[in-house]
Design a protein around this ligand. Structure first.
Ligand code: BG6
Length: 369
């Protein structure tokens, strides 16, 4: 069942190229246009949406955070991302023109179910992004976009996460195409890049021997920090979550820009800090800002483990370790950048002799509030 891998998690990490490819499969027509047949919310309604609210828990909520950057950029619709249990018990502003997107691997997370019910009571349309056919969340939603990651057995989510991000991109591109905004012409180009991603994830996976070795040496580590900016921020949060869940190591993900406003006080000599670096080919000065952040923590003695695009030499003087990912557009880069962090957590937990598939105190699907 584990396909020769030591754990379901290791297998699921290696299944990720397939999970992405299967989530893309059959959703683009011969003319390069996106077709989401399961999108049962009418086109007129989708055109009139003035806000998207993503509700989810855990890893699925980080997929939502990635979605925010992409969908706002492509569709110029405001996207809020909220933990489902927080959304449910305040007084959120939603209306008939709000599209609530509920992301859940299992479709049975009670916190997310309650948020879906609450949203529908307020008149919002709900779209589920879900990995489990016929589960409660899609059944209670107006429409569903299934991720096709296949069954995920390990408690901590990996391949479902990448499939959720992929589905969110499809949603964003679909809305851009439908609403015919100025980005609509670029949809085909982004779809083409998205189809390159499974092969690129495979390349990342094939090049991680160094990460595995480092993880094995770090079994005694007490604390690890993760920094990222823009879409690298949710990647940093997810990297930290994986390490907490699997290896029981205190870990925190920060927005790199926030460093000087507090977290840098934590940095002392020897502190491991992962930094997710945006593409140097991207917009603005995002890349140079993050390179400065690496310098800042390095100057205080941090051990810097840097995830950077192939060919990005600017990081080299300040990195103790450089982990390379292939080139893609900034918005799609989380699908590549998170993979080394998953492998790091899985390997480190295994080196500590822990059960990576069934971490203590956690359940695969939490069916109580
Ligand atoms: C947690 C799981 O309890 O629920 C996480 O341990 C998961 O791995 C989260 O991300 C949300 O689950 P789901 O099924 O709603 O995506």
């Amino acid at each position: 069942e584990k396909g020769g891998y030591p754990s379901f998690m290791a297998k699921e990490i290696h299944d990720q190229p397939q999970a992405i490819a299967d989530t893309l499969l059959g959703r683009v027509d011969a003319g390069g246009r996106l077709q989401l047949d399961e999108m049962k919310i009418g086109e007129a309604e989708l055109r009139s949406i003035d806000k998207i609210v993503v509700v989810a828990c855990g890893t699925a909520a980080y997929a939502g955070q990635v979605a925010k950057y992409a969908i706002e950029h492509w569709c110029r619709v405001p996207v809020e991302v909220e933990l489902a249990h927080e959304f449910r018990y305040r007084d959120p502003v939603v209306s008939e023109r709000t599209l609530v997107v509920a992301i859940s691997q299992s479709g049975e997370t009670m916190d997310t179910i309650m948020a879906v019910r609450h949203a529908r009571e307020q008149g919002a349309k709900v779209l589920a992004i879900c990995n489990t056919n016929g589960s409660t969340i899609p059944r209670e939603s107006d429409a569903v976009l299934y991720t096709h990651a296949g069954p995920e057995i390990a408690v901590a989510s990996t391949k479902a996460f990448l499939a959720q991000i992929t589905a969110c991109y499809l949603l964003g591109l679909f809305l851009a195409q439908l609403r015919g905004n100025k980005f609509a012409d670029e949809v085909a180009e982004v779809l083409a890049q998205l189809h390159e991603i499974p092969g690129q994830v495979r390349q990342v996976l094939d090049g991680l021997e160094q990460v595995r070795e480092i993880a094995r040496y770090m079994a005694d580590t007490r604390s690890v920090l993760f920094l990222g900016r823009h879409v690298g921020y949710p990647v940093a949060m997810e990297g930290a979550l994986k390490l907490k869940e699997l290896a029981y190591i205190h870990a925190e993900g920060f927005a790199a820009g926030e460093l000087k406003h507090g977290p840098i006080a934590l940095v002392e000599p020897g502190q491991p800090v992962f930094v997710v670096v945006p593409s140097p080919r991207g917009r603005d000065s995002l890349h140079s800002k993050v390179v400065s952040n690496i310098q800042e923590v390095r100057a205080r003695g941090a051990r810097t483990l840097v995830i950077a695009e192939q060919g990005d030499t600017a990081v080299e003087p300040f990195a103790d370790v450089v982990i390379r990912i292939p080139r893609t557009s900034t918005l799609l880069s989380p699908l590549l950048a998170v993979v080394p962090l998953q492998v790091f957590a899985c390997e480190l937990a295994t080196a500590k002799g822990l059960d990576v598939d069934q971490p203590r105190n956690l359940a695969k699907s939490v069916t109580v509030e």
